[in-house]
Design a protein around this ligand. Sequence first.
Ligand SMILES: Nc1nc2c(ncn2[C@@H]2O[C@H](COP(=O)(O)OP(=O)(O)OP(=O)(O)O)[C@@H](O)[C@H]2O)c(=O)[nH]1
Ligand SMILES: [Mg+2]
Length: 354
Amino acid sequence: MNKFAVFSGFLGSGKTTTMMALTKYHTAHHGKAAMISNDLGGKGLADNRYAQFGGCNASEITNECICYVNEQLADRLRAYYAEGCELVVSDIPGFGVGALDHVYHGLSEKFPGQFNLAPFTVLTEPKTVAHLRSGKGGDLDYLLNTQLVEADLIVLNKRDLLSPTEVEEDLAWLRQQYPEAEAIAISALTGEGLEELSQALMTGSASMRRPDIGYGGPVFMEAMTKLSEYYLQYHATVCCNDFDGSAYLRDLAEAVQTAIAAGGYEIPHLKLLAWTAEGDYAKVDLLGTDRAVEPAHSFTGPCTELAVVLNGSAACPYAELDNLITGTAEEVSRRYQLELMIFNKECFGMGAQE
Ligand SMILES: Nc1nc2c(ncn2[C@@H]2O[C@H](COP(=O)(O)OP(=O)(O)OP(=O)(O)O)[C@@H](O)[C@H]2O)c(=O)[nH]1
Ligand SMILES: [Mg+2]
């Protein structure tokens, strides 16, 4: 039976990494699978390029949340099923809520009986669970909590960062807090739990609940107003000899981290992806001002020119975010004697900002 699942979950929880690991695992052990990366920026999302570099059966839906383009999503699903896929997963933007209603109910109302909807899946990670369990509260709590309220299936990702006892404690808390949902623990990085996830999606089905999440209400608007999106694509050419592209990406991520922290802002996730004409590539993740920059993939050799994509979301007014990241990219590139040709930049706030 052909299945479709939405993967929701906060910025950096591991949606892309999990979709990549799952589609590969499912294809190798069960049947053909595919993934769709969805975000608000224009064509060329870092997540989709990264998935394709990683050899995944992957495509993107850009410029709009899949919440509002049900027809485009339906066409894409039909195309994947026509090429023999039995499982397709798509994420939504990492600060998104409301996809249970907009996507699952939207598809089933507009295309009755055409799509088999797997449990609405929401990823979370140990850091988020620890924060919610602490009850400390924060600006983004509405989003962190509401995403989990929508879940039929909660996936505690990054279990490799926890002891077995901690995993059980977090799962018990999640089950008690969100009793409508199943909860499982996986590691997209080690592959632990992928079979359980694959089974849960193929054998389970969406509850089609309609929880009241206060969508569009004052708390929702307040949370969205804090967030801005940033997209930058450029070519970088070194003036002489070659350079270490992996070190460049890492230095850029660390310099952005310093600039964001100095401004008193927060950046839950910035993805920095670069590649050469020969197809070598590197990726670095910046996951907040308090965490070490994580290289996800490194170049195999020195570079003479690169294509670079930066995609990210921050709790920072968009004009300020634009100045901070663009200025930092120019400054770090000068240090590496790179000539930049910027060919696309988008930076916008998620709600009305002063
Ligand atoms: N330790 C560990 N790290 C992981 C795991 N899965 C993902 N990560 C890391 O978490 C970071 C974020 O992963 P992504 O898959 O890009 O997260 P995302 O949810 O797609 O993020 P957005 O696209 O910003 O919403 C990356 O640095 C990953 O390498 C995991 O199972 N264990
Ligand atoms: Mg992603």
